[in-house]
Structures are given as C-alpha cells and as structure tokens.
Design a protein around this ligand. Structure first.
Ligand code: FAD
Length: 473
C-alpha cells in the first residue's frame, strides 16, 4: 500500500477519530496516527474523552448517584433499601470495561470505514509530510494532501501542588482511586472539579473544593449558578470561594494544604488532593520547526473560523485550538474540516455549542447568559419556570432547579437557554435547536411538548417570556 493519503489526522480523540471517519466516508484515502498507550501497554484510540475524560467520569457519576439515591432517597418512594453498600473496586472495574469497549469500537469503525491507523507519534513537517515514530522507535514518513492536527490537551499542573503518587492527583488519577478517601480536597471549582468532587462526596468522603475566584461558576448564568451552589452545599460539598492554595506538604499518607482567602491563611489536611485547575493545549513534539504552523500567545494552534492553520492544507481542531474544550465541539470541527477538504461548504455555529455539568441535578446551558447580554447592551426579556411546578419532576422526586430562556426584547429570537435540573443535559438540546434554527421564544411556546415530561418546563419558560406561563400564578 502506498504511504500517500488524501488526509492524515494526528490524534484519535473525539476530534481526530471523527474527522478521520467522516473523511473516509466522503471517499478520501485517510490515515490516523495515535500515540496513546493503555495502562496495560496496548495502543488505544479515543483520546482524553474516552480514556480519562467524559466517559469514565460519567460511569463513576452514574454509579455513585445510584448508590446515593438508594441510600438516601429510596425511602421517600416507599422503598426499603437497608445495608446498601458500594464496592468501589467493582465500580472502577465497570468503568474500565466501558472504556475498553468504546475504544475497541473505534478501532472497528476505522476498519469498517477504511481508515488506516498508525500506532505512534506523528510530527508534521514541511510540505504536509508526517513523520511517524512507532512505539519501538522506528520512523517512517507518510505524505498527505491535507493534514488535520487533533492532538488535544493535558491537565494544567501548579507549583503549589505538584502531583505526588497516590496523594496529589490530577483528574486522571482521581478516576483511578479504588478506596473512598476520608477527606478529599479539590483544587478548582470548575466543571471537572465539581463532577469529581460529587462522585467521592456521594461515596462518603468529606470534600472541600478550593476555588480561587470569588464567584461560583463564573461562566454560568448567575441566577442559575446561585441555585447550583445552594444545592451543592446542601449535598455537603464544602465550597471555599476566593481561596487560593499557596502550598502543600506531604505528611506520610496525608497532604496538608495551605490556602489564603479574605480572612487570612488557613491549613487543612486531606487523604487525597485532586488538582483540576484547567487544561492546556498539547503540541509537544507535534510540529517540526519547518511545519509552517504557528501557535497563539496562549499556546493554542492558531486557526481561522474554519480551522485552517497558516500552513496551506493543514487544519487543527478540538482542544488544541481556541474555543471551549469539549468533546462535541472537537467532533463538529472534525466533521466541518473533513467536509471542507471534500469540497463542501460547511460552517460551524460556535454560538450554539451546549455546555453540561454532570452533577446531580445537572447544569446545562447554550447561548448567552443574562450577564453577557447586559454587558453587550442587548435588549432582552427572560422567562423562568421552576421544576417544583412540574408534575413529572414531583413524580421523579427531584423538583430542584429551573429553566430560564433569554430572548431578544424586540425580535423575540432565543438568545440563551439555561437549565438546572434532573436531565438538564438532555433537555438543553431544545435550546440548541432553537438557537441553530434562529427560533423565537414564541416558536417554542407554540410547540406541543409531551406530558408529563421535564421538558414541559422549557415550554412553560418559553410561555413565561411573554408573561403567560400556564402553571404559575
Ligand atoms: P483529545 O481527546 O485530548 O485527543 C487527542 C489525542 O491526540 C490523544 O489521544 C493523544 O494521545 C493524541 N496525540 C497527541 N499528540 C500526538 C502525536 N504527536 N501523535 C499522535 N497522537 C497524538 N468534554 C465533554 O464534552 N463532555 C464531558 O463530559 C467531558 N468530561 C470530561 C471529564 C474529564 C475528567 C476530562 C479530563 C475532560 C472532559 N471533557 C469533556 C473534555 C474532553 O475530554 C475533551 O474536550 C476532548 O477529549 C477533546 O478532544 P480532542 O480530540 O481535541 O483531544
């Protein structure tokens, strides 16, 4: 087989593997280079998302939620569940099984679609050549008409809390814990910190979350964020805002954390400390000096709106470029770029990318927050409807939260949807489609929603935009 391709993709995360499959489906001769090695030393596809991100974290969130629900909430439903126990090792083994199943599935999809997989590290050189160094150190060069870089991101490390085997871990280490720690500290009150903190809190750890910013979930609509904070605190997560971790000291199997806040300096001791302060683009070893691709001031590969780098025929997608670090954003960019290469004219709507925090209840949003609309001087109106007035939420024993819709004051066009509640991550697609189709709030209000469902809160919030919710006095 010749080593010249129409498309070579570097990285097989949700950006790269989706781009490769789409390109092959469009009739392009496609290869994908991936360097990831599993704990067992086997090459694996799927990147951060499938191996140490979205999927394993959701497996632990689901298991810990079910355990917590059985232990604390089943009695409300008349179910007696005495002596409910969690086998943490089994929970982690189940998570590993799901990961193996899904990553193996991608290898099968590659085969079925005719994508050639190269195991090793890819480095882009001048002239769209990719040097592949396999795991045994052998190198070969493959040529391409087009190259897509999808090398992803890695966790940010901080000098005040250097990773220390078994005690101070990053998000990847937190997914491998096999015994519930008595006391867990989490540095970073963002999406990943709250999700991982929730898992271990539900399993019985005392969890403290240190967030350096004074506001909680600053990117979230603050009316929603206020409710989320109340709920997380009620669940027992101790959330320290404006708390900056300045140093850590390992003392045997424990770690002492020193942090400062507006009241001064404090110390707290934990059995495990999880560092979740964000992720940074990964470009180490990906670009030869003469590749023609440049980085921006924050280390992301510099691209235009359609993911073109400065080197002709070279694209970059996913976490390694600007925009939210989300699996579905990476995949959509992969599809867009494959379509461009095949001669189509796709565009991606960056204003309609949903965000979800998979706590319980979930937090989900798309489009603008009220704070953003105020800051930009956009005239808007808002409709809010609480789940406490939704029959299905009562039947489900979860009436926390609300749906909030923001629409343009004059045109009525939906500008944002914000949901805090059970299954918010599923319901938010009402908002994604509304934004994508440029719907008005009235369009949503005139749509027939099934009863009894949680999505009726979206319908009612849309009605409330003009002050006419049905089930609200
Ligand atoms: P990655 O998934 O990071 O994949 C990049 C791939 O490139 C890797 O496999 C890497 O080995 C490979 N690579 C790098 N350099 C080379 C090279 N030179 N040669 C060959 N291969 C190379 N996002 C969501 O949307 N929803 C979630 O619920 C969610 N949960 C998360 C939970 C956690 C704990 C974490 C850490 C992340 C989570 N994310 C979530 C974020 C999501 O995982 C990323 O946004 C997504 O994986 C980015 O996809 P990507 O393809 O750009 O990069």
């Amino acid at each position: 087989m010749s080593d010249k391709y129409d498309v070579v993709v570097i990285g097989a995360g949700p950006g790269g593997y989706v781009a490769a499959i789409r390109a092959a489906q469009l009739g392009l001769k496609t290869a994908c280079v991936e360097k990831w090695i599993s704990k067992e030393g086997k090459p694996v596809l799927g990147g951060t998302c499938l191996n140490v991100g979205c999927i394993p974290s959701k497996a632990l969130l689901e298991a810990s939620h079910k355990y917590h629900e059985a232990k604390h909430d089943f009695a409300d439903l008349g179910i007696e569940a005495k002596d409910v126990k969690m086998d943490v090792k089994k929970m982690v083994a189940r998570k590993d099984k799901i990961v193996t199943q899904l990553t193996g599935g991608i290898a099968m999809l590659f085969k079925a679609n005719g994508v050639t997989a190269y195991e090793g590290t890819g480095k882009l050189q001048a002239g769209k050549k990719v040097e592949v160094t396999s795991h045994d150190g052998k190198t070969q060069t493959i040529e391409a008409e087009n190259v897509i870089i999808a090398s992803g991101s890695v966790p940010v490390e901080i000098p005040s809390a250097p990773l220390t085997e078994g005690v101070i871990v990053d998000s990847t280490g937190a997914l491998e814990i096999t015994e519930t720690p008595k006391r867990m500290g989490v540095i970073g009150g963002g999406v990943i910190g709250l999700e991982l903190g929730s898992v271990w809190k539900r399993l019985g750890s005392e969890v403290t979350v240190f967030e350096a910013m004074d506001s909680f979930l600053a990117a979230v609509d603050q009316q929603i964020a206020k409710d989320v904070k109340k709920s997380m605190t009620k669940q027992g997560l101790e959330i320290e805002l404006g708390a900056r971790v300045t140093s850590t000291e390992i003392k045997g199997k424990e770690v002492e954390v020193t942090y400062t806040d507006s009241k001064g300096e404090h110390k707290k001791t934990f059995d495990k400390l999880v560092v979740c302060v964000g992720r940074k683009p990964y470009t180490q070893g990906v670009l030869a000096d003469d590749s023609g691709v440049s980085l921006d001031e924050r280390g992301f590969i510099f691209v235009d709106d359609q993911c073109r780098t400065e080197a002709p025929g070279v694209y970059a997608i996913g976490d390694v470029v600007r925009g939210p670090m989300l699996a579905h954003k990476a995949s959509e960019e992969g599809i867009m770029v494959a379509d461009i290469i095949a001669g189509h004219k796709p565009e991606m709507n960056y204003d309609a990318i949903p965000n979800v925090i998979y706590t319980f209840p979930e937090v989900a949003w798309v489009g603008k927050t009220e704070e953003e609309l105020k800051a930009s001087g956009t005239p808007y109106k808002s409709g809010v409807f609480p789940f406490s007035a939704i029959g299905r939420a009562m039947a489900n024993n979860c009436t926390e939260g609300m749906v909030k819709i923001l629409a343009h004051e004059e045109t009525d066009r939906v500008l944002g949807m914000h949901i805090f509640g059970q299954n918010a991550g599923e319901m938010i697609h009402n908002g994604v489609i509304a934004l994508e189709f440029a719907s008005s709030a009235e369009d949503l209000a005139l749509t027939c929603f099934a009863h009894p469902t949680l999505s009726e809160a979206v319908h009612e919030a849309a009605l409330a935009v003009d002050g006419h919710a049905i089930h609200m006095a």
